[in-house]
Write a protein that binds this ligand. Structure first.
Ligand code: TGC
Ligand code: FAD
Length: 392
């Protein structure tokens, strides 16, 4: 892979909107990605392997629990800093950002928000340091967009719960030490359970042959009469709203992350267009290539403004789930279109691993599907503005 010459686009001086602390956090993550992710990521993606050596560094830049209070090992940062960390990591690779998103928003967040003090003390510091890695089991083989119909269930056996069922498409599953699993009790009410590796009847087979998110490990969670101690139930909230509130936090991070992937594709294509000569001049001098580049920077700038504003609302605890859906949907769609256009600017070179664009493009096919598909987020906006439910 070519050396990482990334220069972040900031066409509207968005930097002026960030505090010094936010910029410091962002710059540290940016530097870490340049030094540690860019040089190795293509190789790991080609081999379809998660680079586990990045775990310590991810913890050091605050990517595991950016907004979790410091008393539990988190970085105690605000929501914009959290977003900027996700942006920088996904500038490197969506799969690495996925690992951080799951650890922070889908494992640490529910334990922090809905767990007991004992659960917080037992799990959060180890998850923040990366000593333990986590995964989040909501999706099932037959229930993806409609998680409320899940069949994974647990029975109260007096001194423990007995868990049965299966989850599919679970990021980090193959190596996770703990899984936050959503399952129905005997009354059909959804609860979160912390399942730990080593519990009898719990297995995590890896999903192979992905063309997308190859540097992220994906797997199944299989529960065959797993005895889960009663103290592993998250008591703070039940019902579908509990896992969906975790998704709000992760979707918010993805809205920022997608900007990172788009920025990397744009920056690469811009540099290439100025250097590559055809018909006696740089291809960037042709109107058709300028149209692509001008549209890319316009869309990136709009996404930056949208996401900064969403971050302000999140910091004030005023962002709605529907606002988060709009940003996730818009920014991932923006990034996937930019990746496709940027690939074309590089001609044949664009399909090779010499450049990051094709990897981003393929990764974004997962990002546009997970955490709610492009269609589902549109329907969430539709429901919000009309009050009419078009899901069912
Ligand atoms: P519905 O009846 O609308 O809602 C059920 C209850 O949940 C509440 N609620 C929310 N609460 C918090 N945050 C949200 N975003 C919420 N959305 C809804 C709602 O108020 C209600 O509460 P209550 O008290 O009345 O019971 O539920 P529905 O069954 O009609 O489904 C709605 C729908 C389709 C929007 C939802 O289920 C959905 O978002 N589906 C998409 C599924 C999804 O996003 N799965 C993601 C799996 S995890 C993942 O992909 C991780 S990838 C990670 C990585 O690698 O980065
Ligand atoms: P389906 O729900 O079957 O949807 C198929 C198509 O139908 C989509 O185009 C969808 O938009 C459309 N559709 C569905 N319902 C409607 C409707 N009402 N109206 C209109 N169109 C509709 N899940 C986890 O729980 N944890 C994880 O860590 C996790 N990681 C993932 C990692 C990867 C790489 C991938 C690919 C997925 C991951 N997922 C995870 C699962 C992900 O959240 C689901 O794939 C996603 O929610 C969609 O579910 P599905 O694949 O079953 O598609």
């Amino acid at each position: 892979m070519k050396p990482d010459l990334f220069e972040a686009p900031d066409y509207y001086n968005i930097d002026e909107l960030y505090t010094d602390e936010q910029k410091l956090v962002r710059d540290a993550a940016r530097e870490w990605v340049k030094r540690n992710v860019s040089p190795i990521i293509e190789d790991y993606a080609q081999r379809a392997e998660f680079p586990k050596q990045l775990i310590d560094g991810l913890s050091e830049i605050g990517a595991f629990g950016p907004y979790i209070p410091e008393e539990y090992g988190g970085a105690g940062l605000d929501q914009i800093s959290y977003g900027l960390i996700m942006q920088e990591i996904e500038r490197g690779d969506s799969g690495v950002r996925s690992t951080a998103s799951v650890q922070s928003s889908l494992v640490m967040y529910p334990i922090w928000r809905y767990g007991t003090e004992e659960q917080r003390k037992k799990f959060l510091p180890k998850l923040a340091s990366g000593e333990w890695m986590g995964c989040f089991g909501l999706t099932e083989p037959d229930h993806g967009s409609d998680p409320g119909s899940m069949i994974t269930n647990f029975k109260d056996m007096g001194d423990h719960y007995l868990l049965n069922g299966a989850k599919m498409w679970i990021s980090n599953a193959p190596f996770a030490h703990v899984a936050v699993v959503w399952a129905k009790n005997e009354e059909g009410r959804i609860h979160g359970l912390i399942v730990e590796r080593g519990m009898e009847g719990f297995s995590t087979p890896e999903t192979h042959n992905k063309w997308s998110l190859r540097a992220s490990a994906t797997g199944e969670l299989i529960f065959d009469n797993v005895k889960v101690p009663k103290e592993n139930l998250l008591p703070g909230r039940s019902g579908l709203g509990a896992p969906l509130s975790c998704l709000d936090s992760a979707r918010y991070g993805i809205a920022w992350g997608a900007i990172g992937a788009a920025m990397d594709c744009y920056d690469t294509a811009l540099r290439y267009a100025k250097e590559r000569t055809q018909f006696g001049k740089p291809i960037g001098a042709f109107q058709l290539q300028q149209k692509k580049l001008a549209e890319m920077i316009t869309e990136i700038t709009k996404a930056q403004v949208l996401t900064w504003r969403l971050g302000v609302l999140r910091n004030e605890d005023k962002a709605t789930s529907a606002q988060i859906s709009m940003a996730k949907r818009n920014n991932v769609d923006m990034a996937i279109k930019i990746a496709r256009e940027a690939r074309q600017i590089l001609g044949g070179m664009g399909i090779t691993g010499e450049y990051s664009i094709m990897r981003h493009s393929m990764n974004l096919e997962s990002v546009i599907t997970y955490e709610g598909t492009h269609d589902i987020h549109l329907l969430i906006t539709g429901l919000d503005i009309t009050g009419l439910n078009a899901f069912k």
